[in-house]
Design a protein around this ligand. Structure first.
Ligand SMILES: [Zn+2]
Length: 747
C-alpha cells in the first residue's frame, strides 16, 4: 500500500478529529478559572464562595419555604454590605397559563450609574424546585450576580443604573419575574436585561436568546465578550422547545438583552444532585465573565443605540471570535452560491444526462441510507430503559459509531454508484443540494442558514483562488465537517441516541461533499480495506455504546418515592419516575407488580408502579365554604382553602369537564373558561396561610373538587428503609420524594 492511496481517508479522519477537538468547547466551558486573589476580573472561585455561603446546607429551597427565606436574608445582608440598598418586593402572584399562584419575595439591589435615564438589569432566580438544592439552577446565576455586584461596587460607576433582581418563584411558573414586571415601579426604567440560567450543571455559558431586532446587541456581544458562545441557530432551536425562562416575561414586555444558560449534564437538571459538588466551576466562570462583559459594554454606550430594526445571523468560531452579518444577507448569499456552483461545477463539465441521473440516485441513496443507518444504530445505542434522552454519561462510543457509520455509508454508495455517476456529476448534484438547503433555510430558519452557507462559500472561494477543484472540494469538506459536527454535537441538547435516525442528519452536511471526493478515490484506492476498517470501527463503537452504563451516580435516573394518602382509601406508595425506572430500581424498592392505572393528583389518568403503604399522620387541606349562591343561572362559590401541614405545594384539582367557568385566588384569575381536560391549580409556598377561592360554576350540576397538598417525604420507618434501598444511580428529581394528602369533596 503506497501512502498516496491512503492519503484521502487519512485526511478525512484527521480533519474530523481536528474539528471535533476544536468543537470540544461545545461540551466544556472554555474559560480558565480566575483565582480569588485577582480582584480585577470575574472570579469563579469568589462566586463559588458566595454560593457556598448561600446554599452550604445543600437543601432544597422552593419559593416560600423557610430555607429559601433564610437564603434571601443572606442575599440581603450581602447587598447591604456592598451598599446596594436592597429592597424586598413581596406578594402573591397568580397566572392562568399553568394555573396557580406563588408567594413571591423578590430581592432588588441597585448600583447607581453616572447618568440619569434608562437602567440595565441583571437577574437570576434564587428559588429551587422542591427536590433540588439547585447549585447550578440557579444558584450559579445568583452567585455570579453577587460577584458582579461586588466588582461593580468597587469600580467607577457605569453610565446607567444597574438593577440586581434576585427573582423568586421562577420554578413554579416565572411568577417572580411576572410580579416584578407587572407591579414594580423600576420595571418602567429597564431598557436592557441580562438573565442567567442553567439547564444542566456544566458546558459553556451560551447566549441563546436576545429578542427581535438584535443586530446592534450582537455587535456589542461580539465586541466585548472574551469567549463568545452563541449562534443564531441556538435561538431557532430554543424557540421551538417548550422551555421558557424569566427572560420570556421581559422579552414579551419589549425589553431586549441577553439570556445565558449552560446546559450540559442535563440529567442533573432539577435533580437532588444539582449540588455544590456537581457544579462545573468553568461554567460559572464563563457565564459570569460573559455577563459582566455585556453589562460593562452596554454600560458604556447609550442603551438607545442597542436597538436595531434588523436581526443578525451569527456564529462563534470555537468560542474564539463571533462572526455576525445581517440576517437578510442570507438569501442573496444562498442564491449567489447556488448560481456560482452551477456555473463552476455543472455548466462547463458537459455532463451527460445518464451520469446526472446516476448522480441523483447516488445522492438520493445517501439521503435515504443515512437516517436508515442511524435508525439501525438506535437499537444498540438507545434502547435502555430509563436512559436520560439528552444526557448519556458516556456519549463518545455512540457518537463515534454514528460518525463512522456515516463514513461507511458514503464509502458504500461511492463504490456502488461511482463508476456510473462519475465524480463530476455527483459533485454537481451534491453541492447544488447544499445550495438548495441554504436557500430553503434562508427562508424558513434564517438563523441556521450559515450551516450549509459556510462550506459553500469556502468551496467557491477556493475554486476562485486556486482554480483546482480538488483543493476546493477538500476545503469545502473541512468546513462542512465543522458545520456538520457542530450541529451534531449541539443537537445533543434536544436529541438523544433513541432518536439516532434524526441525530445523524447533521452529518449529511459533510457526507454530501465527501461523496464525490470518495468516488474519485475508490477507483484507485484500497476501498475494500477501508470498508473493512470502518465496519470494524462501527461494530466496536456500537458494542461499546451498548455496553457502557446509561446511569451513574453522577448521571442518575430520576426516581421519586411518593406516599399517597387519599381520604377513604388505603394509602399507597407510588414510584414516580421520569421514563422507565428499570427493573433494578423497582425490585430494590420492592415494586414487583406491573404498572397499574392511577390518577395523578386525583384527576389525571396515568399508569404507575404502586404498592400498599402504612397510613401516616397527614391531613388533606380543608375547604371552608363561606358562600354558595346561584344568580342568573350561575353558581358563585366563595371559600377558604388551607393546608394543615406546611406543605410546599397545595393544589385544587378539577376533574375532566368539571362544570367550572372561572376560578380566582385572592382576587386574581387562575382559570378563565371551560374546563375541557383535568386541570390542576398549584398554590406554591403558602405554608399554612389561608387563601380565598372564588369560583363560578354551572348551576344544577354536581361539582367535585380534589384538594391535596404535597410535602417533602420525611424519612421515617418504612419510608427511610425504601429510600435507603434506592440504588445510587437513581436520585430524586423535580418535586423529589413526596407525601401527598388528598381528599375529594363534592359541593
Ligand atoms: Zn432555572
Amino acid at each position: 500500500m503506497t501512502p498516496k492511496r491512503w492519503s484521502l481517508p487519512v485526511l478525512v479522519v484527521v480533519a474530523l478529529a481536528l474539528v471535533l477537538f476544536v468543537l470540544r468547547g461545545l461540551e466544556h466551558a472554555p474559560a480558565p478559572i480566575v483565582p480569588a486573589a485577582d480582584r480585577t476580573s470575574f472570579s469563579a472561585e469568589r462566586a463559588y464562595a458566595h454560593l457556598r455561603d448561600l446554599i452550604g446546607e445543600n437543601v432544597p429551597h422552593p419559593a416560600g419555604s423557610p430555607a429559601q427565606r433564610e437564603i434571601g436574608n443572606r442575599i440581603i445582608a450581602r447587598l447591604e454590605a456592598l451598599g446596594l440598598a436592597p429592597q424586598v418586593q413581596e406578594g402573591l402572584q397568580c397566572s392562568t397559563l399553568a394555573p396557580g399562584c406563588s408567594q413571591v419575595r423578590n430581592i432588588i439591589g441597585m448600583r447607581q450609574g453616572s447618568r440619569d435615564g434608562p437602567a440595565m438589569m441583571i437577574t437570576a432566580h434564587y428559588d429551587s424546585v422542591p427536590g433540588s438544592a439547585a447549585a447550578a439552577d440557579d444558584g450559579a446565576g445568583v452567585a455570579a450576580m453577587l460577584e458582579i455586584a461586588d466588582l461593580l461596587a468597587h469600580r467607577e460607576p457605569l453610565q446607567h443604573d444597574v438593577i440586581f433582581l434576585f427573582a423568586d418563584a421562577e420554578e413554579s411558573g416565572l411568577r417572580g419575574a411576572m410580579h416584578f414586571a407587572s407591579q414594580h415601579p423600576l420595571m418602567k426604567r429597564v431598557a436592557f436585561i441580562v438573565n442567567l440560567e442553567a439547564r444542566g450543571v456544566s458546558g459553556p455559558g451560551a447566549m441563546f436568546e436576545t429578542g427581535a431586532g438584535n443586530e446592534a446587541l450582537i455587535g456589542l456581544f461580539g465586541e466585548v465578550v472574551p469567549r463568545p458562545a452563541a449562534n443564531s441557530l441556538l435561538f431557532e432551536v430554543y424557540r421551538r422547545m417548550p422551555n421558557s425562562t424569566d427572560f420570556t416575561i421581559y422579552s414579551r414586555a419589549g425589553v431586549r438583552g441577553f439570556n445565558f444558560a449552560f446546559s450540559r449534564g442535563a440529567s442533573l437538571y432539577h435533580s437532588e444532585r444539582d449540588d455544590l459538588a456537581h457544579l462545573d466551576l468553568r461554567s460559572l466562570q464563563h457565564q459570569g465573565e460573559s455577563a459582566l462583559a455585556v453589562l460593562t459594554g452596554a454600560g458604556a454606550v447609550s442603551l438607545e443605540s442597542l436597538r436595531s430594526t434588523r436581526d443578525a445571523s451569527y456564529v462563534d468560531v470555537g468560542t474564539r471570535a463571533l462572526l455576525a452579518w445581517p440576517v437578510n444577507w442570507n438569501l442573496p448569499m444562498a442564491l449567489a452560491a447556488l448560481l456560482l456552483v452551477a456555473a463552476i461545477v455543472c455548466w462547463r463539465a458537459s455532463l451527460r444526462a445518464g451520469q446526472l441521473v446516476w448522480a441523483l440516485l447516488a445522492v438520493g441513496a445517501l439521503l435515504a441510507c443515512l437516517p436508515l443507518s442511524g435508525w439501525l444504530l438506535s437499537w444498540p445505542l438507545g434502547r435502555w430503559p430509563g436512559a436520560h434522552p439528552l444526557d448519556h454519561p458516556y456519549p463518545w462510543p455512540g457518537r463515534i459509531a454514528l460518525i463512522a457509520m456515516s463514513l461507511l455509508v458514503v464509502l458504500a454508495i461511492a463504490r456502488w454508484f461511482g463508476s456510473r455517476a462519475g465524480m463530476r456529476a455527483t459533485l454537481c448534484v451534491s453541492w447544488m443540494l447544499l445550495g438548495l438547503l441554504a436557500l430553503a433555510l434562508a427562508f424558513l430558519m434564517p438563523g441556521a442558514a450559515f450551516l450549509p452557507l459556510a462550506p459553500l462559500i469556502a468551496f467557491i472561494v477556493f475554486v476562485a483562488a486556486t482554480r483546482t477543484l480538488l483543493v476546493a472540494q477538500i476545503a469545502g469538506f473541512v468546513i462542512a465537517a465543522w458545520s456538520g459536527l457542530y450541529l451534531f454535537l449541539l443537537a445533543d441538547v434536544v436529541l438523544g441516541f433513541p432518536s439516532s435516525h434524526l441525530k445523524v442528519l447533521p452529518l449529511l452536511l459533510f457526507a454530501l461533499p465527501l461523496l464525490p471526493i470518495t468516488m474519485a478515490w475508490v477507483d484507485q484506492g484500497p476501498a475494500r480495506a477501508a470498508t473493512g476498517i470502518l465496519s470494524c470501527v462501527v461494530l466496536a463503537a456500537a458494542a461499546a455504546g451498548a455496553l457502557v452504563p446509561t446511569h451513574t451516580v453522577d448521571r442518575p435516573r430520576g426516581v421519586n418515592l411518593v406516599h399517597l394518602q387519599e381520604e377513604g382509601k388505603a394509602p399507597a406508595w407510588v414510584l414516580e419516575s421520569f421514563g422507565d425506572p428499570g427493573r433494578e430500581v423497582r425490585h430494590a424498592m420492592g415494586f414487583r407488580r406491573p404498572m397499574q392505572p392511577y390518577l395523578r393528583y386525583g384527576v389525571k389518568p396515568e399508569m404507575a408502579y404502586l404498592k400498599p403503604a402504612p397510613p401516616v399522620d397527614a391531613a388533606a387541606p380543608i375547604l371552608t365554604i363561606e358562600q354558595d349562591t346561584i344568580r342568573a343561572g350561575t353558581r358563585h362559590v366563595r371559600a377558604i382553602l388551607q393546608s394543615r401541614r406546611d406543605a410546599f405545594l397545595m393544589m385544587l384539582a378539577l376533574p375532566d369537564h368539571a362544570p367550572i367557568d372561572s376560578v380566582r385566588i385572592e382576587g386574581q384569575p387562575v382559570i378563565a373558561g371551560a374546563v375541557d381536560e383535568p386541570r390542576v391549580i398549584g398554590l406554591h409556598g403558602l405554608g399554612n396561610a389561608p387563601v380565598r377561592v372564588e369560583m363560578t360554576a354551572r348551576a344544577g350540576v354536581p361539582l367535585t373538587l380534589v384538594l391535596l397538598d404535597v410535602a417533602t417525604l420525611k424519612g421515617k420507618a418504612e419510608a427511610a428503609q425504601l429510600l435507603r434501598a434506592r440504588p445510587a444511580d437513581a436520585a430524586p428529581l423535580q418535586f423529589g420524594d413526596q407525601s401527598i394528602a388528598l381528599r375529594r369533596t363534592s359541593l
